[in-house]
Design a protein around this ligand. Structure first.
Ligand SMILES: Nc1ncnc2c1ncn2[C@@H]1O[C@H](COP(=O)(O)OP(=O)(O)O)[C@@H](O)[C@H]1O
Ligand SMILES: [Mg+2]
Length: 511
């Protein structure tokens, strides 16, 4: 069997770590080949090697059976290899078409005629593959899902035959994911070859033919997807059995820790995003605010944590008002926050890992004494968290957080927030982008917090997580809680209807 792509014995090192250690990847023509591995396993690195962004220390690459040297992305393009990166690289105030032809000949600026021609071709490609992209739209005016399609078109415009997708579904809504899967199937019909990175085993089952698994930079194996269970793939990836169920006893809720009354918060466009919302979270329970993205959940969390102004209403923490206090005071009063946007609010990317681990309490003992930092104590503490939460990076406490993989950045934030043992832990999309092994661990720790008598406020868009992890679910719709249900007395169907605003839940007592 001739392979479209072969990567043989690839080794790529970064300071302190072999990101790829003698890795093999063999991709057949016109298949969807999934690449699976924990956060930091070396998937993106391997794809960057294939796309010519990194040069490996060892190993060879073959395209259609012939050995090639891919020294930069232009050469990769010449061999028909295209890549959609984890973070898109589009120019916001250019149109779709301008973005697509950016960087192509002619080197001088494009004439109107060139652009008209390009627009026509973009339109044809968009129609052929069912992408529904408007060639004249400005990138800043289109959704994230559409921007991703522009990246796909960019590859197709350059006649790419091998399409690399690095975690394309991480940024998409459930509906957009289904559409992307359809698009991928269409691409395969046209004899394109796809390499797909995703953590979602369901997606692999749905769309992939074969799957290659990496673990800690090493090649573990390649399996036929149809005849391999999700459990088996998870086990190959993590190196042990993984439980998809959250194990927990019934909650024993105690006093109210967080009480929100008639809260009103505006969004960035100055419209009411949270409209006289009421909510109570008790010690010893995990309460999830569940809903479709954009119904006010982000604004609600930002308001509680001091990141967004409260227009009216009250927020009580252990009976004490905290509305419109500074984030620092709110933190010190006993709220922990695992934020939705980890790079903006969770970490200071210019600081190293240990500095980030003591971000909110470096001025307290034992990290400081009489205003003087104690580096030994900070290091000891950071090393402890890294070990306990299995945060992986090249240089441990001294790693630059900017260069860490997203999943490991997330684990670092979760470690810090849980270890501070706040009375109320707010977890916004805590497992987004994490692999199944890490998800299992985070869920276990959140349940432990609950069982230690802490209140946990969860915000999640993942239906499975909402149902599995929560004790109670408060459904948010257009800025209001439209009903509160017990997680073990509801199902996906009922929740779906409530989230769409077409069914009111019985509001169970929360006293
Ligand atoms: N540019 C870089 N500099 C230093 N270390 C890096 C760099 N890119 C990746 N790494 C490290 O290499 C390992 C593999 O990373 P990556 O390929 O991004 O993993 P994955 O995509 O599977 O999550 C990680 O430990 C990561 O911290
Ligand atoms: Mg990656």
């Amino acid at each position: 069997m001739a392979y479209a792509i072969e990567m043989l014995g690839i080794t790529k090192e970064f300071p302190g770590i072999k990101a790829n250690d003698n890795v093999t990847l063999q991709v057949k023509k016109a298949e969807v080949h999934a690449l699976l591995g924990e956060n930091g396993a070396g998937k993106s690195t391997l794809m960057s090697v294939l796309f010519g962004l990194y040069q490996p220390e060892e190993g060879i690459i073959k395209v259609d059976g012939k050995e090639v040297k891919i020294s930069d992305p232009n050469i990769a393009n010449e061999y028909g290899i295209g890549m959609v990166h984890q973070h898109f690289k589009l120019v916001e105030d250019f149109t779709v078409t301008e973005n697509i032809i950016l960087g192509m000949e002619p080197k001088k600026s494009f004439s109107r005629l060139d652009i008209n021609k390009a627009e026509k071709k973009v339109k044809e490609l968009s129609e052929k593959y069912g992408l529904k992209v408007d060639p004249k739209a400005k990138v800043q005016d289109i959704s994230v899902g559409m921007q991703q399609r522009v990246e796909i078109l960019k590859m197709l415009y350059r006649n790419a035959e091998i399409l690399i997708f690095d975690e394309p579904t991480a940024v998409l809504t459930p509906q957009e994911i289904q559409e992307l899967i359809k698009i991928m199937k269409g691409l395969i019909k046209e004899e394109k070859t796809i390499i797909l990175i995703t953590h979602k085993l369901k997606e692999i089952k749905e769309v992939a033919d074969r799957c290659t698994v990496l673990r800690r930079g090493k090649y573990i194996g390649t399996v036929d997807v149809e005849s391999t269970t999700e459990e088996k793939m998870a086990e190959m990836m993590v190196g042990r059995e993984v439980s998809f169920e959250v194990e927990k006893y019934e909650a024993k809720p105690k006093d109210v820790v967080l009480e929100i009354k008639d809260l009103v918060v505006k969004n960035n466009r100055n419209l009411d995003a949270v409209k006289k919302l009421n909510l109570k979270v008790h010690a010893g329970e995990i309460l999830c605010v569940g809903g479709i993205d954009g119904n006010g959940q982000s604004e609600l969390i930002e308001a509680i944590t001091g990141l967004r102004k409260i227009e009216s209403g009250t927020v009580l923490l252990n009976g004490e008002p905290i509305e419109n206090e500074s984030t620092r005071n709110i933190t010190l009063k006993g709220i922990g926050h695992i934020p939705e946007d980890r790079q903006k609010y969770g970490l200071v990317l210019d600081f190293n890992l240990e500095q980030n681990m003591v971000l909110q309490n470096y001025f307290n003992e034992p990290f400081s004494k009489k205003g003087i930092l104690n580096p030994g104590e900070i290091r000891k503490y950071s090393d402890k968290l890294i070990e306990e939460f299995d945060v992986r990076s090249g240089k441990g406490s001294l790693s630059e957080t900017r260069g860490m993989s997203g999943g490991n950045q997330q684990k670092a934030i979760i470690a810090r927030e849980i270890d501070r043992a706040p009375d109320l832990l707010i977890a916004a999309q805590p497992t987004r982008g994490l692999d199944v092994g890490a998800i299992e661990y985070i869920h276990k720790r959140l349940v432990e917090e609950r069982d230690n008598g802490k209140a946990v406020l969860l915000v999640s868009l993942e239906m499975e997580e909402v149902l599995n992890l929560s004790d109670r679910i408060a459904v948010i719709y257009e800025g209001q809680i439209v009903g509160t249900v017990k997680a073990d007395e509801t199902n996906e169907n009922e929740l779906g209807l409530m989230m769409a605003g077409s069914k009111k839940g019985d509001t169970i007592s929360d006293e």
